[in-house]
Ligand binder design. Structure first.
Ligand SMILES: Cc1ncc(COP(=O)(O)O)c(C=O)c1O
Length: 440
């Protein structure tokens, strides 16, 4: 192991950060969450503003992790900070409905094509969990279908056949992604291959009278839907009266103001939105058709289909004002053009540089969220990602960190705070990183 003095600059930890890391290791059971999983790169974040983040030793990074996506406007955006600061003195949470929450619900109904009614929660896991329960209650059926490699949060139903799956089973059998999930739940989840409408249709046709819902990330991780895939899914679920749920926790307000359903032009029955909605404040949304959403209202639920939805912090005014300030900023002229221009430049340049260096790799996704797969053939579904060289990917992430570029494990998240200078510096870091990878 290199001694501290021989380490690249950004891997050196000062005394304060070293002590903080030791304290974290002592009391946080999952250890220290760090960008690579390697102890060399463990860091304690000191602060973040705009597109930049600093560790406690004073190293500065251009941030493409963005808190796993939420910081679409960049860190500590002045409009969000002001809105939150102004509201703080009026109390943080009331359980009861308040004006900012009502205004936010109205704005979501305007923004998201499927949204006629809205429920607030505090995390993506909660909203996808309630979406599935609501669909089961509405249909009076128990099973759900999800796509292999799709991530829908941490509930027992969601943690099946996701991107962490080591040994996939034959479709449609689910594999639990965590210990502690009752085996019975595996039997309630069917798994289909993303972007393969024939295989998916065959599974749905065989199980349609048991299926309450199909849940899908419209762009699965960073795999865009094949032409016609979402349309066909809409058609077959509609045909069998199965609820179609879009998990737009990542794509909501990121691919377009109306999310992936606006961007790809396919409207689901229910949708979960979170992350980019609220400038880094904990809130998520389940929204959808009046007919289904009405079942959370005891006065209007049909017999036996009432689903209680409550959460202590749901619809709190602080997250709501943060979201309203975020959405107001996103509605400004040219926002999405700018976001896509920044992302396109990074995504396309990365692919071009890898091609020129003769490193076989695919950059998948859409400009606001994309990923590189080393050595992989065309990326169309989870199984095509299994051929990617994960060791090379780890070296890529570490080499970028050494150059002050922080990316998420699974994605580059692009923000509106990334400047031309950030993009230039990132492209320089790509160039020297790729040279290093090509020669080692
Ligand atoms: C598509 C998707 N759904 C759900 C979730 C869970 O959201 P949260 O971490 O807010 O619970 C995530 C989190 O990354 C996600 O990417």
């Amino acid at each position: 192991m290199p001694t501290n003095s021989r380490m690249p600059e950004r891997r050196r930890r000062n005394k304060v950060e070293t002590e903080l890391l030791e304290r974290a290791h002592r009391c946080l059971p999952s250890g220290v969450r760090n960008p690579t999983g390697s102890a060399d790169y463990a860091m304690v974040v000191k602060e973040a503003r705009g597109s930049r983040l600093w560790d406690t030793s004073g190293n500065e990074y251009i941030d493409y992790l963005l808190g796993s996506g939420p910081m679409l406007l960049g860190h500590a955006h002045p409009a969000v900070v002001t809105a939150v600061r102004e509201h703080l003195e009026r109390g943080s949470t009331y359980l009861m409905v308040n004006e900012p929450a009502i205004e936010l619900a109205e704005e979501i109904v305007k923004a998201i094509p499927c949204a006629e009614k809205v429920c607030f929660h505090s995390s993506g896991s909660e909203s996808t969990f309630f979406a599935l329960r609501l669909a089961r209650a509405y249909r009076g059926r128990d099973k759900i279908l999800k796509f292999e490699g799709g991530f829908h949060g941490m509930s027992d139903y969601a943690l099946m056949g996701n991107q962490w799956t080591q040994e996939p089973r034959d479709y449609p059998q689910a594999v639990a992604n965590s210990a502690g999930i009752p085996h019975a739940v595996e039997g309630e989840v069917l798994v289909a291959p993303f972007n393969d409408i024939e295989a998916t249709t065959a599974i749905i046709d065989r199980h349609h009278d048991e299926l309450a819902a199909v849940i899908v990330e419209p762009m699965q991780r960073t795999i865009p839907p094949a032409s016609g895939f979402l349309e066909a899914l809409r058609e077959i679920t509609g045909h069998h009266g199965i609820v179609l749920i879009f998990d737009e926790i990542v794509t909501g307000f990121r691919l377009a103001y109306g999310g992936a359903q606006e961007y790809y032009g396919v409207v689901p029955d229910l949708c979960a939105v979170g992350k980019s909605l609220s400038g880094g404040h904990p809130i998520s949304v389940l929204c959808g058709s009046k007919e289904i959403m009405t079942n959370v209202d005891p006065a209007h639920a049909t017999a036996g289909s009432y689903v209680a939805q409550t959460g202590t912090f749901s619809g709190n005014p602080i997250s709501s004002v943060a979201a309203l300030a975020t959405l107001e900023t996103l509605r400004e002229e040219g926002t999405y053009e700018r976001l896509f221009a920044i992302g396109r430049r990074l995504k396309e340049s990365l692919q071009d540089m890898l091609d020129e260096a003769g490193i076989p790799a695919r950059v998948s996704g859409e400009p606001p969220a994309f990923e590189v797969w080393f050595g992989a053939r065309e990326i169309t579904d989870f199984r095509s990602t299994l051929s990617a060289d994960s060791a090379m990917h780890a070296r890529f992430i570490e080499a970028l960190l050494d150059r002050g570029i922080l990316k998420a494990h699974e994605k580059f998240f692009v923000s509106l705070a990334h400047t031309d200078e950030d993009v230039e510096l990132t492209l320089e870091a790509f160039t020297s990183t790729i040279e290093e990878l090509a020669h080692n």
